[in-house]
Design a protein around this ligand. Structure first.
Ligand code: 6PG
Length: 235
């Protein structure tokens, strides 16, 4: 991986939430808005809870929340990334519904991806952008090196034009909705939020650029990728 901005911390939740709030303040100061893509899974939940606690004063009506990926389930399903974000951040921080774009996991995957991509394309066009530019894209790291729902040996890895696709994941025997690399790399800042205790060896392989792992292929056109890695407190 090109030079990464690696931050190891035993105060993972606090530091990650503070980083997000800082990125929001920078974007709001520079452009009057903050466009953030949330990652899913379990790791971000306490970070979103902390963000809701420390960032209630942010102008959430000028923040636009998207999702880097989603499971193909209804929004009330316990597997839904939207549900996790709603419980941990959107409701506690009183984020207005109009500030959130939900991937509709409950409909046909291809249609859900197309409609989301079209929504981002309209927003990009309004800003004179070819591809929608997030101010911050949060990403996680799966045990097989996947990120968003870009899993090893799946079709979405090879997508070089579309911004959002439906991706069948054989190991899960399930469809997923996901950002593609072309959309991710447009992010002004990209930040992996990772539990260092869980993926110690994998993280090193990804940081060394081992392309066997999709996370290694994440690039930003705008600078180094940031990694906030939670570590156990020094004994
Ligand atoms: C998802 C995610 C996925 C996640 C990793 C890590 O929908 O599952 O977006 O990419 O970030 O699988 O998940 P954990 O944080 O639960 O380890």
């Amino acid at each position: 991986m090109a030079t990464a901005d690696v931050r190891r911390t035993s105060a993972f939740v606090r530091d990650a939430a503070e980083f997000i709030r800082q990125q929001a303040r920078i974007a709001l100061a520079e452009r009057g808005e903050f466009r953030i893509a949330l990652s899913g899974g379990n790791t971000p939940r306490p970070v979103y809870q902390e963000l809701a606690r420390i960032a209630r004063d942010l102008p959430w009506e000028r923040i636009f929340v998207t999702f880097g990926d989603e499971r193909c389930v209804p929004p009330e399903d316990e597997q839904s990334n939207y549900r996790m974000a709603r419980e941990s951040l959107l409701v506690p921080a009183a984020v207005p519904d109009r500030s959130v774009a939900r991937l509709r996991g409950e409909i046909d995957p291809r249609l859900a991806a197309q409609e989301y991509e079209a929504q981002l394309d309209v927003l990009a066009t309004q800003k004179g952008e070819v591809i929608y530019r997030h101010d911050l894209i949060l990403l996680g790291l799966g045990e097989d090196g996947h990120t968003a729902s870009l899993f090893p040996a799946t079709a979405a890895l090879e997508e070089q034009a579309r911004r959002v696709v439906a991706n069948f994941v054989p190991k899960l025997n399930a469809w997923r909705l996901t950002f593609t690399f072309p959309l991710i790399e447009q992010g002004r800042r990209i930040c992996f939020l990772v539990n260092g205790e869980k993926h110690r060896e994998l993280i090193e392989k990804v940081l060394q650029g081992d392309r066997a792992y999709p996370a290694s292929r994440v690039r930003s056109t705008n600078g180094p990728v940031t990694w906030i890695i939670g570590e156990a407190a020094a004994a």
